[in-house]
Ligand binder design. Structure first.
Ligand code: TYD
Length: 393
């Protein structure tokens, strides 16, 4: 794939092998027509950007069957409430606010009773429907120049554009940034948060890499990318969500840059996050992590223990397919109705409801939603077996 920002082809430094759609939970009758792609990752040194070399079309991922609902985590609901308080410093009286990838409206819901004019863009029909039902103004379309042009009253007049865990999903970053530029007021602000490259490298949480996550950003890459469009990175704020994320604040003004930016960029330079060398270390760390995980699972099996997975996350698709784990895990329990009764993408492990988990006394539990550890451990205090994961719990 060519990186649209620099129009340069990437040399992949690592392959995770054949991958299905990460959120493509599948019925048995559909196994023969399951879609796979080669999941390779590369690093664009011009803009310090870690990215997938190729990815499926967005329409094959974000459609009427998208099974991810932000509101499935209580912790995320609290996070978005806090986020909505944080952004108030960029607002002025009656402001116009847009959220890109507004999902079921969990974030915008916090602003609905204020005087502001709010609008979400959400391409997945089923989740957009929930937001609309909750009276969150939502356009069921991808965020791009065409859909933005249809909302004339926002063009050049938007105070704030927000996004969470969405910008890394957008293949055409050029168009995305040009659309942000078209909509924002002169002194408008763009705030977005994404899983952070530094956290992924530190935790070896390679399960952050899957079809939807085309990019893994760092402050170094975000600053280089946005400068190409005359925007400046004016603040960076680390977040605990998604196993380690970063909030980026972008403006056209260049005179209000927080000292956080220099601190984080200096840290990234010291860790070589702006260079391909760190990727090569990450590659060998992923291979070691896979070996250790398989040893652990094989040991449980030799001891005659039963294993299940907890939370059928998109992330789990990368782990299971890269490590080729299937029969060793009896089932994966999850709270999402859309996933229950189906099978995990690629490895076809059955997805069961939570009652199945409570009734089965499985001995070892692979926590796939390790990023929600506190919330889940709190809920499952009575579970007496062994929790494990590929990252430290
Ligand atoms: P998340 O880590 O946000 O997912 P992803 O990797 O897909 O971004 O976890 C969301 C999934 O985890 C979703 O399928 C619901 C499930 N889940 C549970 O089953 N129980 C829980 O307590 C939590 C927090 C999530």
């Amino acid at each position: 794939m060519k990186c649209k920002i620099t129009n340069k082809s990437l040399n992949p430094f690592m392959s995770f092998g054949k991958m299905p759609i990460a959120n493509g939970f599948i019925k048995k009758e559909d196994f023969p027509k399951e879609f796979f792609f080669d999941m390779e990752v590369g690093f664009n040194e011009d803009i310090s950007l870690f990215q997938l070399n190729d990815h499926p079309k967005p329409e094959s991922m974000f459609n009427e069957n998208y099974p991810f609902f932000t509101s499935s985590s209580e912790h995320m609901k609290i996070h978005f409430k806090e986020y909505s308080k944080y952004i108030k410093k960029f607002l002025n009286g009656k402001s116009k606010i847009i959220e890109i990838g507004s999902n079921d409206g969990t974030f915008l819901k916090n602003l609905v009773n204020d005087d502001h004019k709010i609008l979400g863009f959400e391409p997945s029909k089923n989740v957009a429907k929930i937001a609309l039902k909750n009276n969150i103004p939502t356009i069921n379309e991808f965020f791009n120049k065409k859909s933005a042009n249809n909302i004339g009253e926002y063009v050049g007049k938007t105070d704030l554009i927000c996004a969470s865990n969405v910008i890394c999903h957008v293949p055409n970053l050029n168009e995305l940034i040009e659309t942000v530029d078209m909509l924002l007021k002169d002194n408008g602000t763009f705030v977005f948060e994404e899983p952070y490259l530094g956290s992924m490298f530190e935790k070896v949480s390679y399960d952050q890499i899957y079809d939807e996550h085309i990019y893994m950003f760092s402050a170094s890459s975000v600053r280089k990318i946005f400068r190409k469009f005359n925007f400046e990175l004016i603040d960076v704020l680390p977040q605990s969500t998604h196993g380690g994320s970063m909030r980026y604040v972008i403006k056209r003004e260049k005179n209000s840059i927080s000292s956080n930016v220099k601190k984080v960029i200096d840290f990234e330079i010291s860790k070589k996050l702006d260079r391909i060398e760190s990727c090569l270390d990450f590659k060998s760390n992923c291979e070691n992590s896979r070996n250790k995980l398989l040893e652990k699972i094989n040991l449980f099996k030799r001891q005659g223990k039963s294993i299940c997975g907890y939370a059928a996350t998109s992330k789990s698709t990368t782990i299971l397919n890269y490590c080729k784990i299937s029969d060793q895990i009896d089932y994966i329990c999850d709270t999402t109705i859309e996933k229950i009764g189906k099978f995990s993408p690629g490895m076809h492990i059955p997805i069961k409801d939570m009652n199945h988990f409570y009734n089965n006394q499985t001995e070892c539990v692979y926590l796939f939603a390790w990023n929600h550890k506190n919330e889940i451990f709190n809920k499952e205090k009575d579970f007496k077996g062994t929790w494990f994961s590929h990252v430290e719990l």
